[in-house]
Design a protein around this ligand. Structure first.
Ligand SMILES: C[S@@+](CC[C@H](N)C(=O)[O-])C[C@H]1O[C@@H](n2cnc3c(N)ncnc32)[C@H](O)[C@@H]1O
Length: 190
């Protein structure tokens, strides 16, 4: 195992942006084009407690609109948002595009990211893509076993076919060994 993919100690895990805890970081380590210029507004679907957001918030002066539907996760996310000046938590279902639209206050979104393991991941993303322009960078973390429990190769093929109906896939990679059966896509609206 190389230095880069070696599992870090618990202490390090808490301090560093770690690929084992963040799909965005593992995509970066996989050399996908997911780095930030520094001024992007981000619509982040599936914010959880803000573990990844706590790192990307330091990489952009733009606003991170952080959508989360679990009240328990939202409480932790709010604690982070209070300490930050660029996190706008949105307590909503990511499928509720109208609700999210109201909370964006017409801000242009430069990056749309979705990290919500679910059988309707692609549909959820294509609905949310209504909220962004064609030049928006779109990132998807796909958990293959959440889509379906058939043979992973077939699920992946079918999911990619579905993705291509709505998006141009510009880059993709498996997130192994950091996240089992996860794939990451960099997309553009068609
Ligand atoms: C894999 S976790 C996200 C981890 C997070 N992106 C990170 O790296 O720190 C998925 C999150 O999506 C949330 N979630 C699930 N379904 C959702 C939905 N329909 N709308 C919004 N959030 C949802 C879950 O509550 C969970 O916190």
């Amino acid at each position: 195992m190389s230095e880069k993919t070696k599992k870090p100690t618990l202490r390090k895990l808490n301090l560093e942006w770690n690929a084992y805890r963040s799909k965005w970081k593992s995509a970066l380590d996989r050399k996908l084009s997911v780095d930030l210029k520094g001024d992007e507004n981000i619509l982040y679907l599936g914010a959880s407690t803000g573990s990844t957001i706590s790192h990307i918030r330091k990489k952009t002066k733009g606003i991170i609109f952080a959508v989360e539907k679990s009240p328990k996760m939202m409480v932790e996310l709010m604690k982070l948002a209070i300490k930050s000046d660029n996190i706008a938590p949105i307590f909503a279902d990511a499928r509720n595009v109208e609700e999210i639209k109201k909370r964006l206050f017409k801000k242009k979104i430069d990056i749309l990211f979705q990290d919500i393991p679910s059988p309707d991941q692609v549909e959820m993303l294509s609905n949310a893509a209504q909220l962004v322009d064609k030049d928006c960078r779109i990132f998807l973390s796909l958990k293959i076993i959440s889509v379906a429990h058939w043979d992973p190769e077939t699920v992946l093929k079918k999911t990619e076919e579905k993705l291509k109906e709505h998006f141009k896939i510009t880059e993709s990679a498996s997130l192994e060994p950091f996240h089992k059966k996860h794939y990451f896509y960099v997309l553009k609206k068609k």
